[in-house]
Design a protein. Structure first.
Length: 199
């Protein structure tokens, strides 16, 4: 007898370059083609999943992407190994029950301040910056459980916002300066500097 209904969900973890964050990868699409970052409980309204994750006392921030969730723990939580089994079990049950991960209507009401999506009023340089972020940077940083979003461009200076494991990561500044800034300067001569803007 074949049991129908919700598929069995498997969750596995991956270390990130940021010791405070852990990437939880699911065998199910959570937020297809998008990502959303919740720095604290007060911003988590659009995501019932994030709201429930914040009920764990050791969760500091939640980042949800296409098929993974990156969680940042509080610095006083000793070791990820102590809490991973609990989180994996919670995520498995939550997803198997088919509960809502992100409520799109709620997201629409949030202030849309940063995005790599090209809009009609973007100038040529901004379009090239966003395309470079989307095509070259996004796949690499998603592997590490993070995201880097475009904030603004002015007078040769690109402001980016670090999300997920990239936020507060010791090696993110090296990635930003040596990796992203170097590539942008080569591919977009108008870019003189790339900086990370705090949320």
């Amino acid at each position: 007898m074949i049991k129908t209904g919700n598929p069995v969900i498997s969750i596995y973890t991956e270390m990130t370059p940021n010791p405070e964050t852990m990437k939880f990868v699911a065998n199910k699409l959570l937020y297809p083609g998008k990502s959303i970052d919740f720095q604290d409980e007060t911003t988590a309204k659009p995501s019932p999943l994030a709201q429930e994750l914040f009920t764990f006392p050791f969760i500091k921030s939640v980042f949800i992407a296409s098929n993974f969730i990156t969680l940042t723990k509080t610095s006083d939580t000793e070791d990820w190994q102590d809490v991973i089994p609990t989180i994996k079990q919670f995520l498995k049950e939550y997803l198997e029950e088919g509960k809502t991960v992100v409520n799109e209507e709620e997201v629409a009401t949030m202030k849309s301040e940063s995005s790599n999506t090209v809009s009609a009023d973007d100038n040529d340089i901004v379009v090239r910056i966003k395309e470079l972020l989307e095509n070259y940077v996004k796949p690499a940083v998603e592997m590490d459980g993070g995201a880097i979003q475009f904030k603004s461009y002015e007078n040769g200076k690109v402001n980016l916002m670090m999300q997920g494991s990239c936020s507060g990561c010791p090696s993110s500044m090296i990635t930003l300066k040596a990796g992203i800034e170097g590539m942008m300067k080569r591919m977009i001569p108008e870019v003189k500097e790339v900086v990370a803007e705090a949320e």
